[in-house]
Design a protein around this ligand. Structure first.
Ligand SMILES: Cc1cc2nc3c(=O)[nH]c(=O)nc-3n(C[C@H](O)[C@H](O)[C@H](O)COP(=O)(O)OP(=O)(O)OC[C@H]3O[C@@H](n4cnc5c(N)ncnc54)[C@H](O)[C@@H]3O)c2cc1C
Length: 384
């Protein structure tokens, strides 16, 4: 069997790795438009600050592809899906029995006049441009207080920029980490010298930006307002697309020979680990193997020197329980529903999130009073 994977982000590379790990011995080609497959989360973290270079954020060392007998086509774009294969930018037809679309997404640009002038952050080139603009003393407006916006604001202020962070929502991320923790996280910005504004940007026209009815001058404007799934190939091929390529539980699209994974597919939560899990599921489908066990969705983010993790669906929680105190160096918030943990979010406490994931996946009932008491070990709570 010949498999072609389109896109060398975490979803595409994970699909390739899971295929080989699962014993796939057919032809395996990974086509990526970029320089080489690299990771995206560092683009708003260590790569943006200059602490790491592009080679250091490669998803796999260059020799890994040869060792795994994966034909890697870098700087090559797939331009169309054809019956029996994919068409490359030079017109070559690459034959395939199964195609896996792992085309990721692009940064969203809201319909604000002049917003094409603003920085976005999706590729290493975007990060290079933004880094050059984050000079000490530069006046920087970050639009969007979600994961990427908050990380950019945090690093920009550390680099000596004068930062304004704007979001129409009072507590960004409340749905993901709960209102209390979202409010704590948002307050960190002001503590670190970032000025926060609760408003949408009205226009970015000319030299001035209209924000909350006031016209202000910024040296750089950065948009962190979400992701748009890259679905052009799928749409042109007539696949079902609805805010992402529509897939079933095995990552199969409306064409049984084509699968889709990662940010381009609709089935997922839009985070790094979910893209990796999609790859494992797609590989299992191609191999005819049982799908990996489902697990609660997880993400992390780093800002203002804190490592934040969240698992599960906080929006599904009927109540929250704080373990420790928001003044502690590390603490966590658990979301419960009907006596079961359905979500957790933690600051500098990965153990709490790991334990919460097991509680969620195994549906372990917990006593909220014991959960809230940091002197009761999480290990004992996991015993039920
Ligand atoms: C700046 C940033 C920071 C992030 N931080 C975090 C974080 O802290 N925690 C977290 O959980 N998640 C984070 N994420 C989200 C996470 O990185 C994404 O969910 C993940 O990268 C999605 O992987 P993917 O493989 O689906 O897509 P991508 O990583 O976008 O990869 C898609 C690849 O497909 C290629 N491609 C597209 N079209 C074609 C074509 N026609 N031909 C050939 N190649 C093509 C692209 O060049 C690209 O290399 C972050 C994302 C960004 C952008």
């Amino acid at each position: 069997m010949r498999v072609v994977i389109v896109g060398g982000g975490i979803a595409g590379v994970s699909t390739a790795a899971a295929l080989r790990a699962g014993g796939f011995d057919g032809d395996l080609t990974l086509v990526d438009a970029g320089e080489f497959p690299y990771d995206r989360p560092p683009l708003s973290k260590d790569y943006l600050t200059g602490a790491k270079d592009l080679e250091q954020i490669a998803l796999r060392p260059p020799q890994w592809y040869d060792k795994q007998s994966i034909r890697l086509l870098n700087r090559v774009r797939v331009t169309a899906l054809r019956s029996g294969g994919v068409e490359l930018q030079d017109g070559t037809l690459l034959p395939a029995d199964r195609v896996v679309l792992a085309t990721g997404g692009g940064a969203a640009r809201p319909p604000i006049p002049g917003c094409e002038r603003a920085h976005v952050l999706r590729t290493a080139e975007d990060a290079d441009r933004l880094r050059a603009a984050l000079r000490p003393g530069a006046r920087v407006l970050v639009v969007g207080g979600g994961l990427i916006g908050a990380e950019v604001a945090s690093n920009a202020v550390d680099l000596g920029c004068e930062v304004v962070l704007t979001d129409p929502v009072a507590t960004p991320l409340a749905a993901a980490v709960g209102v209390e923790l979202a409010a704590w996280l948002h307050r960190q910005h002001t503590t670190r010298g970032i000025s926060t504004v609760q408003a949408g940007v009205e226009s970015l026209d000319g030299a001035e930006t209209a924000l909350a009815g006031v016209r202000r001058v910024f040296d750089a404007v950065v948009l962190g307002v979400g992701m748009v799934p890259e679905t052009a190939l799928a749409e042109a091929a007539g696949l079902k697309v609805d805010r992402g390529i529509v897939v079933d539980g095995g990552q199969v699209t409306s064409n049984p020979a084509i699968l889709a994974v990662g940010d381009s597919a609709r089935s997922r939560d839009g985070h790094w680990e979910a893209a990796q899990h999609d790859g494992a599921r797609a590989a299992a489908t191609i191999l005819g193997a049982p799908p990996p066990m489902p697990t609660a969705p997880w993400f992390w983010t780093d800002r203002h020197g804190h490592h934040v993790e969240a698992v599960g669906h906080m929006a599904a929680a009927g109540r929250t329980v704080v373990r420790g105190s928001f003044d502690d160096p590390a603490f966590s918030v658990f979301g419960l529903c009907d006596g079961l943990v359905v979500a957790a979010a933690a600051v500098d406490d990965s153990n709490a999130v790991r334990a919460a994931r097991r509680m969620i996946d195994r549906r372990i009932p917990v006593d909220p009073a014991r959960l809230s008491d940091p002197s009761v070990s999480l290990r004992s709570l996991l015993r039920g």
